[in-house]
Structure formats: structure tokens, C-alpha cells
Design a protein around this ligand. Structure first.
Ligand SMILES: NC(=O)c1ccc[n+]([C@@H]2O[C@H](COP(=O)([O-])OP(=O)(O)OC[C@H]3O[C@@H](n4cnc5c(N)ncnc54)[C@H](O)[C@@H]3O)[C@@H](O)[C@H]2O)c1
Length: 314
């Protein structure tokens, strides 16, 4: 299949991710079919897509015409047989290995032999997910980041059998929908983004646990220090600019003292035991009572939109 042949995108799972991914493709003019197991989940997805559109319109990141296109181009279904003409199937169903494996077996029996199969798993092995698929060369991971209609990155994860042709084709598709793609050359837990994110998270928790700094100052240090650079200069570019000899010298004494725990830290377990799970229970490292939860989400989205506008301008 060539890029020009790709017209129909089937998305399974009308949840947080499936809805966002559907919105992106429909906005670009692809024919999108979204499936879920119950009508009520499809109704939720329709509402969610309206919310995404209204915030993009409000921010001037989408036109009224594009909004109309989104509604015109998405068909919702509970009948997976409607996927039979799909050029790409993107699976965003529950993160359970056996369910995903059986799902793909079912999809292979319905679709064409050249249909591209993409899983949006957060971190399961793409090889394992494709275990029951016969024609594995067309199987790939496409890890969109949440919220998918805002975050530019999509990680393309090669499984052992994924063909070069499929990787190249998916890169073209991601360019077309204005996403920035990176290729994960081997199926590794956490891909690239979550490996980096969780390395920083482990150290952030370690700093708090050891009393080196407060949660407020850890977050502030990241936002106004290393994090201030990261949207523009990645960690390896930073090292090149700083001098690899200097980075080597710092690594030689600092690595020794950094967190290297193989299990989640005790402080996290304690917070979880107290049902302090963050925004969703109104307490975590911070307090989110009295409307501070909604404020935190609003502020985050507002800042992400500003970043997106900056990236579009570049
Ligand atoms: N939420 C995130 O931050 C995030 C980010 C990146 C990747 N992911 C991954 O994306 C996938 C979906 O996550 P989500 O957060 O959108 O989940 P979600 O729970 O919001 O949505 C999943 C949807 O899949 C539906 N579903 C389950 N089995 C199905 C089937 N057989 N056919 C069709 N639909 C089915 C469910 O009814 C539900 O509506 C998971 O693999 C998850 O790990 C999530």
C-alpha cells in the first residue's frame, strides 16, 4: 500500500485515546470509523470530541470548517464488521494483553491482508500483542500521547517482524496529521518517552523522600531549569552543548547517588494507601480541594495550548 491509498482509518475503543485519535484523523479529511462495545461509550466519545473541538476553536487552533469536517468524517459503530474496508486499524482498547491479542485475531479475519495494524498500547510489548496475528509484517505500535489532540509526539514502535515499508508509511501518515513521529527500533518497555519521564519521576520522588527538597521546589526546579530547555533542546543536545567531558565528570560522581530502586518507592505506597491519588481524589503531592482540581487541569491545558501555538509558529 502507498500513502495515497490510505483513506479509511478504523479506530477501536472510543475512550480517552480513541476519541482523540479519531478527532485528529477526521480533521485532516480521512474517513474515520470508531467502534466500541456499547452505544453508550460511543455517545460519550461524541461528547468528548465536541469538548476537544470547542477548546481548539476557542484557542484559534481550529477553524469552523475543520470542526464541521470532524463531525462529517466520523462514523460510529458497535459492529466490528464495518472495519472490513479499513486501510489502517488503530486499536485503543483496554490495556490487557489477552484481550488485545484476541481482538487482533478477530480483526485479521475481517480486514484485507494489506490492512495496517497499529496498537496504541501505553507500554505492553508490541510483539506480545501481535502474537495471534498471522501476517505480522504489517503490525506496529503507534503510541499517541494524552491528550492526543494536543500533544505532538507519536512513537512508532517496531516489533520484530514489522517491515521497513510499514514504518516509512506510518511516518508519512504522522506527518500528514501534523504529528511528530519517532521510531522505537526495538520493542522495549516504556518506549522512549515513558523511559525518560519515569527516570525523572523516580529521581523526583527520591529527592522528596530523602528530604533534599519539597515537592513544590522539585517541580519548580524542573520547570525553570532543565525543563525550560527541554521543549527546544533534548538531553543529548544539552550534553553536547555543555561539553561531554563535563557531563562525563558529573556522571562519575552523581550516578552513584541517584535513585536506582527497582520497585516504586515507599512514599508513593503510603500516599496510595491513604487514597491520595492526586487530582482524581483531590489530594496527592499537593492539595486539590475547593475547586483546585479543575483549576489544575485548566491551567495545564492552557499552557499546553500556548506551547502548541509556539510549535506551529516555528
Ligand atoms: N489514557 C492515557 O493517558 C493513554 C495514553 C497513551 C496510551 N494509552 C493506551 O490507549 C489504550 C486505551 O486507553 P484509554 O485511556 O483510551 O482507555 P479508556 O478506558 O478511556 O477507553 C477504552 C475503550 O475501549 C473500549 N473497548 C474495550 N474492549 C473493546 C473491544 N473489544 N472493542 C472495542 N472497544 C473496546 C472500552 O469500552 C472503552 O470505551 C490503552 O491501551 C492505553 O494503555 C492510554
Amino acid at each position: 500500500m502507498k500513502f495515497a491509498d490510505i483513506k479509511v482509518i478504523a479506530i477501536s475503543g472510543a475512550g480517552t485515546m480513541g476519541s482523540g485519535i479519531a478527532q485528529i484523523f477526521a480533521k485532516k479529511g480521512y474517513q474515520v470509523i470508531v467502534s466500541d462495545i456499547k452505544e453508550e461509550f460511543l455517545d460519550k466519545s461524541k461528547n468528548l470530541i465536541k469538548v476537544f473541538n470547542s477548546s481548539l476553536l476557542e484557542e484559534g487552533l481550529m477553524t469552523k470548517e475543520e470542526e464541521e469536517k470532524v463531525y462529517e468524517n466520523i462514523k460510529f459503530t458497535t459492529n466490528v464488521q464495518d472495519f472490513k474496508d479499513a486501510d489502517i486499524v488503530i486499536e485503543a482498547i483496554v490495556e490487557k494483553l489477552d484481550i488485545k491479542q484476541n481482538y487482533w485475531k478477530e480483526i485479521e479475519a475481517i480486514t484485507r491482508p494489506d490492512t495496517i495494524f497499529a496498537t496504541n498500547t501505553s507500554g505492553l510489548s508490541v510483539n506480545d500483542i501481535s502474537a495471534k496475528v498471522e501476517k505480522k509484517d504489517r503490525f506496529i505500535g503507534t503510541h499517541f500521547w494524552n491528550p492526543a489532540h494536543i500533544i505532538p509526539l507519536v512513537e512508532l514502535i517496531r516489533a520484530d517482524a514489522t517491515s521497513d515499508e510499514i514504518v516509512d508509511l506510518l511516518k508519512e501518515v504522522m506527518d500528514d496529521i501534523d504529528k511528530v513521529s519517532v521510531v522505537v527500533l526495538k520493542d522495549a518497555y516504556g518506549f522512549i518517552g515513558n523511559r525518560l519521564q519515569f527516570a525523572a519521576f523516580r529521581e523526583a520522588v527520591n529527592i522528596v523522600e530523602r528530604g533534599i527538597a519539597t515537592p513544590e521546589d522539585v517541580d519548580k526546579a524542573m520547570k525553570y531549569g532543565p525543563g525550560f530547555r527541554y521543549p527546544l533542546i533534548g538531553p543529548l543536545e544539552t550534553a553536547d552543548l555543555g561539553g561531554l567531558d563535563t557531563f562525563y565528570n558529573i556522571s562519575s560522581y552523581l550516578f552513584e547517588d541517584l535513585a536506582d530502586t527497582k520497585t516504586p518507592q515507599e512514599i508513593l505506597q503510603k500516599l496510595i494507601d491513604k487514597d491520595e491519588l492526586g487530582v482524581k481524589t483531590k489530594k496527592g503531592f499537593y492539595d486539590y480541594s475547593d475547586g483546585k482540581d479543575e483549576e489544575a487541569i485548566k491551567n495545564r491545558d492552557k499552557m499546553l495550548f500556548e506551547m502548541l501555538k509556539y510549535i506551529y509558529k516555528k
